[in-house]
Design a binder for this molecule. Structure first.
Ligand code: BGC
Length: 494
């Protein structure tokens, strides 16, 4: 998920939005769907890959996180790519990359092949996660910008659920070539299909008018707006806004050395993204079936359906954020979300400490491992309930709102660089979380691992108290003025 460049310019009065605008929005938001599909798909494949390739937890952690390292790299250089090639060509390129990556994953012959294939696929995720929201924010008329960008965020969570559903079908029900279930190669390969749909759809999209302006192609930019059936007054308003913002030359790395206010706000954005990932959400997104297994649900079918319920909860709770973010403000929702996440993970951890029983399990390599499982449903159901409450806490707060804050706090001149930093950080910490969960389980056991994440969520509340501004209803110019005048970060939204 990514840079949501909101605009503070006065909105033109709402006009009837032409269907073409929704076509553009929906097609570009397909990138969000692919992002979600790729995040969600691995959880269902892990167990089968373990058995087929006879690999242990360390290899699985590499396979999971390879995509995330690729995405970090992709996000870090996509600023340059989308500036040179244009937004549309960059998204097209990422669609081709998605297709190649997914096919390579499906045909993997061993763990190293799969790691490299996921790394390549990750680059596509990173590039798309930077460029598609940027394109969306640039191409959508002011009056629907917010809703088109929210649609992108929602698409990510929907992508995750679709991947969980397709995993469930392929893991347990589908009979292919006389074999029922366990089709992990198809799970990973099938993502080439939506990627192909995205390629075809994006082929018909216009280039971003803002980018055309930056490259001096004014006539072409106006033609794009005409193609979207905007009337003359709307086109004039869009052109005025673009001309104003294009005048502000995006600064590069010199901003970091030259201006301490800029350094402060980069630290804020990076801190927010570190926090988003250290909530532990992706431990659940990547390893949900394993967690269900530890909770005592031995049957693959139960694990897969449990995972689907996690995904649906994630989608539904996102609507809470969408409904309240502009009414209650960012910070009250964040406090509610982090208290919910902290308490629910402490509950999960405590249940594992109270009800966990040590078992000897022979792993795919034939080695006997000690693993902790919940023995009775008296413990299992409360543990899963608390886990779902955690997902609600995340989806209503940190999930969407960290991205919103990161799009609001940077001064215009440094927005590209700032978003590059915070997005890159999101993927790097995401990879670290994906890479360490199974190791933490082995060394600390599930009880202390969840307590650790729970405790961190509680601590993060102090970060919000000390450093995070409330930005509800405040213009981006006002935030920028406050920041540059040296006000403490907490107060730049006043
Ligand atoms: C996060 C992702 C996460 C997703 C879950 C996003 O906001 O950045 O890392 O997988 O939410 O819905």
């Amino acid at each position: 998920m990514n840079p949501i460049v909101s605009s503070s310019a006065a909105a033109t009065p709402p006009k009837r939005i032409q269907p073409i605008v929704y076509f553009i929005g929906l097609t570009a938001a397909l990138a969000g769907l692919l992002f979600g599909l790729d995040v969600g798909v691995i959880s269902g494949a892990i167990d089968f890959i373990k058995t087929d390739f006879k690999v242990g937890d360390r290899s699985i952690e590499y396979i999971v996180s390879a995509l995330l390292w690729g995405a970090a790299a992709g996000a870090l250089f996509s600023g340059i790519l989308s500036n040179k090639l244009g937004r549309r060509k960059t998204i097209l390129l990422s669609a081709v990359n998605f297709i190649i990556g997914a096919i390579l994953c499906a045909f993997a012959q061993d763990e190293n092949w799969l790691i490299v294939a996921r790394l390549i696929l990750g680059i596509a995720v990173g590039v798309a996660s930077f460029t598609a929201p940027l394109y969306l924010s640039e191409v959508s008329p002011q009056s629907v910008r917010g809703s088109l960008i929210s649609m992108y965020q929602l698409m990510i969570t929907i992508g995750i659920v679709l991947a969980f559903l397709s995993n469930t079908y392929l893991a347990t029900y589908a009979t292919i070539g006389g074999i029922t279930g366990g089709h992990w190669r198809i799970m990973l390969g099938i993502i080439a299909l939506p990627a192909a749909v995205m390629f075809i759809g994006v082929w018909f999209l216009p280039e971003s008018p803002r980018w055309l302006f930056m490259k001096g192609l004014r006539e072409k930019a106006v033609a794009v707006f005409k193609g979207m059936h905007l009337d003359d007054a709307e086109i004039a308003a869009e052109v005025r806004e673009i001309e104003d913002s294009v005048k502000v030359k995006q600064g590069g790395f010199e901003l970091l050395t030259g201006n301490s206010n800029f350094r402060r706000v980069i630290a804020l954005g990076v801190g927010l993204q570190i926090i988003q990932q250290l909530t532990g959400i992706n431990v659940i997104m990547y390893y949900a079936p394993q967690i269900f297994k530890m909770a005592g649900f031995a049957d693959t079918n139960q694990q897969m359906w449990g995972t689907v319920i996690v995904g649906v909860t994630n989608v539904l709770a996102t609507f809470i954020a969408i409904a309240f973010v502009d009414k209650l403000g960012r910070k009250p929702i964040m406090y509610a979300g982090f208290v919910t996440m902290g308490l629910s993970l402490v509950a999960v951890g405590s249940i594992f400490l109270a009800g966990g029983v040590l078992h000897d399990v022979t792993n795919a390599k034939g080695v006997v491992e000690h693993q902790i499982f919940l023995q009775s449903t008296d413990y299992a159901y409360p543990a899963i309930f608390a886990l779902l409450i955690f997902v609600v806490g995340f989806a209503m707060s940190a999930g969407p709102i960290i991205w919103v804050l990161c799009s609001e706090v940077y001064p215009l001149q440094g927005r590209d660089l700032g978003v590059t930093f915070s997005t890159g950080t999101n993927w790097i910490v995401n990879a670290i979380v994906g890479m360490t969960f199974l190791t933490l389980l082995t060394h600390l056991g599930p009880g202390y691992t969840f307590l650790l994440y729970g405790g961190m969520n509680v601590l993060f509340i102090f970060f919000f108290l000390a450093f995070v501004p409330e930005t509800k209803g405040i213009s981006l110019e006002h935030i920028e003025r406050n920041l540059m005048s040296g006000l403490p970060l907490r107060k730049i939204g006043r």
